[in-house]
Every structure is written in structure tokens, then in C-alpha cells.
Ligand binder design. Sequence first.
Ligand code: TYD
Length: 232
Amino acid sequence: MSVGKGLFVTFEGGEGAGKSTQIRLLADSLRERGCAVLSTREPGGSPGAEAVRHVLLSGAAQDFGVRMEAMLFAAARSDHVEELIRPALLSGTVVLCDRFMDSSRVYQGVTGNLEPPFIEALERVAINGVVPDCTIIFDLPASVGLDRVRRRAIVANAPAGQEVELDRFEKEELETHEKRREAFLDIARADPGRCHIVDATVSASEIAAAVLAIVEPLLPKGDNAPETKAAT
Ligand code: TYD
């Protein structure tokens, strides 16, 4: 279900899939085409949700169990939807969101072993009718993605030979990450109208072309075209 005149695109996949680079490239291409674009991310995106982000990614909530974590992700999502995403869509903006409800289905639902009705109930409350128009799932072997994450962390914060700091989810076993890859693919197979799988092992420019080919036909047209001013 579309909200307002805008377009809601979410980006999903395992660790190190290159989502943020691709969101940046797509945002640039869409702005060149005169679209108003808002790039955002989860957990976070609004002040309330950013406050919850640190609690989740630092692992501070891990001892309280996966149900508690799932509820915190949902609380952050609800704030993000109502404060930022819905108003942007209503004003005709193209919203590009790095992770959304499918990450909760996969990380807390499938690999967190939370029962589907619980995840579904949280999702309903959190998104409150704001379903993505299009979800792009970046697919790559978990080992490749984790290697990228580790290399990135070394460059960012660890001098040669020192242990790198990964977040609470990145630290999990390879097998868990492989399960997540399969779970994202299952979501795509179950909802082919919304979800598109993109091979994330090829070059950044090839991925960008594939992403643009998916999103461009969905851009609002005619009376529904967004204003030319960029939101961010
Ligand atoms: P982040 O640093 O934003 O990295 P990336 O999206 O590039 O992996 O980390 C977000 C982490 O939070 C990521 O490991 C996935 C996890 N996550 C969930 O477990 N459930 C969720 O609902 C969301 C949005 C994210």
C-alpha cells in the first residue's frame, strides 16, 4: 500500500552487503532526475530511534533477551515511521531506508527464534500501515560480507595487529549469518511483488545499475511527481 505521493524503498541483506554505498549512489541518481530524496536508516533515523540504536548495537540489551530486543527495534521503528518516514512520503519524497521490517523478521524472528505471531504483532504496531513499495535485498555469501565488515572495521578503528570492534550482531557465528541470507531469500520468494534480489558480489557500479533499473519505473509520475527540492 503506497502512502501519500512518495515512494518508500527499503534495502535489506546481511552484513557487509554494501547497502550504504548503494543508497548513496541511488540517492544521487534520483536527485539528478529531480526527485526529492530522504536517505535514512534503522535502527535509528529519528531522534527517539537514534537514542535506542546505541542500546541495541552495543549489546546493552542483549542480557534482557531477544524479546526485549525485538520490542526495542519495534519502538525505534514506530518513532522513525511516525516522525520521519510517513511525513516524508505524504509530501511526495522518495524515502530510501537502510533496513526496515524484514531485518526484524530475519534477525529477531528467524535467527532469534521468536514465534511468528509475536514478530507479526510487533511489525503491525511499528509500521502502522507504512509498508515499503519496494524492497531491495542484497544477496552475497555470509563469509564474503563478514570479511568486508572486518576489513572496514580495521581501517576505521584498529591499528595493525589489534582486535577489531564489531557490533553485537556482526559478532555472531557464520552459520547464523548464512541462515539470515536464506531467510531474506525466503522473504523475497514469498513476496515477489515487493522484493527484488540483487547480486551483491559484482562491482559497485553494476549493483548501482541493477538497483536503478528496479527503482526508476516506480518513481512517481505526472501530478504525483515529487518537488525538485532535495530533502537531505
Ligand atoms: P548497522 O551498523 O546499521 O549496520 P548494517 O545495516 O550495515 O549491517 O547495524 C544494524 C544491525 O542491527 C545489523 O546487524 C542488523 C540489526 N538489526 C536487527 O537485528 N533487527 C532490526 O530490525 C534492524 C533494523 C537491524
